[in-house]
Design a protein around this ligand. Structure first.
Ligand SMILES: [Zn+2]
Length: 356
């Protein structure tokens, strides 16, 4: 017991140190890199952008691109070479560059931004595929940054109710930009995510109609998707969302719901509303089974929390420390933010995922 407590405090200390080192790492402006469309057809002209999420200037920037070719078994038949496609000197505002030629079929594209600010030079490397993705029954990478073993993998699955797939693709990009890039803590860890779009559809059902309609129908290639920590079934009609069969559902435009449900599937965060799903994780939980447990943990978050923040969620018999606006208490169109116990859990899972 004492050893356990020692180990957990040591882990906390390690995370504190790492957080300090990393949080002092990226200087302003925080830069968000994107391509549009996120899943371009072979004839689309792709635009590459850098958006400044915080104020500050960019001294110079270089944009490189490497276009490879893949076949139906996923083998790279031509690797291509990295080419400088545009550069900027003392640009004002955000950066944007639209290609003058389309990429063609069966392409796997990797682009790299090298951005020099007054205090540092930073580099972002992103890989995406063109549509249709030729690899049989596999989800297409649309914004990939790391080894799938080391980072979070999230697969967007279109529902059979979606009438315009281009709208769905735009909402996949919206989920990345307006949810994960916008919530401060997931933005801080934005390099730790790979995003994919599935070629096969699933069908979401309403939680209140499961008795009639059954559970979510998974896509036919669902067995190929188990490598991903998150599988999200994005639908058009209004439904009461839930998770089953390894995937969770959301209206495709709901940035709050996708962050809340990702809280469960990527970081094993529990609900913070009475009547939700409650459990206590061994490491950095956001729910506690006892009031005394929550009060003791209240002292572990510096000035962010104190033991007096511990309270019961309704009459559930479960306790939490987060504010009522924490993302694990909210779903819907707009996202909120994760409060600090949830942020600690997210940071812990980032490292756990990268190390194990
Ligand atoms: Zn929380």
């Amino acid at each position: 017991m004492i050893l356990n407590k020692f180990i957990r405090h040591r882990q906390l200390l390690v995370v504190f140190i790492i957080l300090f080192v990393f949080s002092s790492c990226e200087k302003d402006p925080i830069t968000l890199v994107m391509h549009d469309p996120i899943y371009p057809s072979s004839s689309d002209l792709v635009t590459y952008t850098v958006k400044k999420a915080t104020s500050g200037s960019i001294n110079s920037a270089n944009l490189y691109e490497q276009v490879g070719t893949i076949n139906s078994s996923g083998a790279i038949t031509s690797a291509g070479t990295e080419i400088l496609i545009n550069s900027w000197t003392s640009p004002s505002g955000d950066l944007s560059f639209t290609k003058s030629s389309a990429l063609g079929t069966n392409k796997l594209v990797t682009y790299r931004w090298e951005i020099t600010t007054p205090e540092q030079t930073k580099s972002f490397t992103v890989t995406y595929a063109t549509r249709p993705y030729p690899v049989t029954d596999m989800p297409a990478p649309v914004y990939c940054q790391g080894d799938p073993d080391d980072v979070f993998d999230l697969i967007f699955i279109p529902d059979t109710d979606i009438t315009n797939l281009n709208t769905f693709y735009d909402h996949c990009k919206g989920a990345v930009e307006e949810a994960f890039f916008d919530e401060p803590h997931t933005r801080f860890w934005r390099r730790q995510y790979n995003y994919y779009i599935n070629p096969e559809r699933g069908t979401a059902t309403d939680y209140d109609n499961i008795g009639v309609d059954g559970l979510h129908q998974v896509p036919s290639n669902n067995a190929n998707l188990t490598f991903a920590e998150g599988r999200v079934l994005m639908h058009q009609n209004n439904l009461r969302d839930y998770a089953s069969g390894g995937l969770f559902s959301t209206e495709m435009q709901n940035r709050g719901t996708i962050l809340h449900e990702s809280g469960h599937s990527l970081y094993s965060l529990a609900d913070e509303y009475a009547g939700g799903a409650h459990w206590e994780e061994t490491d950095f939980p956001n729910n506690w089974a006892t009031l005394s447990g929550a009060q003791a943990a209240g002292n572990d978050y510096g000035s962010c929390k104190s033991s007096s923040d511990a309270s019961e969620m309704g009459s559930s018999g479960w306790y939490d420390l987060c504010v009522t606006t924490c993302q694990m208490e909210a779903t819907g169109l707009n996202h909120t933010e994760y409060d600090c116990p949830c942020r600690y859990r997210i940071t812990y899972t980032v490292f756990d995922n990268a190390i194990n």
